[in-house]
Design a protein around this ligand. Structure first.
Ligand code: PRP
Ligand code: MN
Ligand code: MG
Length: 182
């Protein structure tokens, strides 16, 4: 698996350190507010697990599964809800947890949805931001790492459902995805 990675951009140690920093920030921001932390499956799973264990105040965890990429390397532009929340959003302080913002389509869809459902507040925490990929105007409130517009995998990020279990964030060798898409 590791030999399919061209370059490691963020190491496991850097991720863990960043999770501690963000966890502390969220603790201060949400203390006493009992936020509804919403993980966007599947990509957000490792980050959500690591960052929320560093938040030292009560919170509720829920999950939404959406997909816009299918099996390919490019967004289809269409966001599909695969699993909706169990919790009611009305009146809640919603904290969306994402692994990455690229085009921004997934998050702008979710922010609009939670506002429509009358959240008291909606904030976004993302481990990675790829600002060059943006096609809609949206910004995260908390960003772990800003990275260049390369095809990233690992720590939740997949290519064709693989590499999510890598402990770091890396760049996939182009021959791995061109083999299947050319
Ligand atoms: C990926 C990633 C983000 C989204 C970001 O999810 O996890 O949720 O794309 O891209 P965008 O800003 O261009 O919308 P994907 O749809 O691949 O589903 P997954 O999390 O199950 O991999
Ligand atoms: Mn995702
Ligand atoms: Mg994906």
């Amino acid at each position: 698996m590791h030999q399919e990675i061209e370059e490691v951009l963020v190491t496991e140690e850097e991720i863990i350190e960043k999770c501690a920093e963000i966890g502390k920030q969220l603790t201060e921001e949400y203390d006493g507010k009992f936020p509804l932390a919403i993980g966007v499956l599947k990509g957000a799973m490792p980050f959500m697990s690591d960052v929320l264990r560093r938040v030292d105040t009560h919170l509720e965890m829920d999950f939404m599964a959406v997909s816009s990429y299918g099996g390919g390397t490019r967004s289809s532009g269409e966001v599909k809800i695969i699993k909706d929340l169990d919790a009611k959003v009305e009146g809640r302080h919603v904290l969306i947890i994402e692994d990455i913002i690229d085009s921004g389509l997934t998050l702008s869809y979710l922010v609009d949805l939670f506002k429509y459902r009358k959240a008291a507040s909606v904030k976004i925490v993302t481990l990675i931001d790829k600002p060059e990929g943006r096609t809609v105007d949206i910004k995260a409130d908390v960003v772990g790492f800003e990275l260049p517009n390369k095809f990233l995998v690992g720590y939740g990020l997949d290519y064709d459902e693989k590499y999510r279990n890598l402990p770091y964030i890396g760049v996939l060798k182009p021959e791995i995805y061109s083999e299947q898409e050319s």
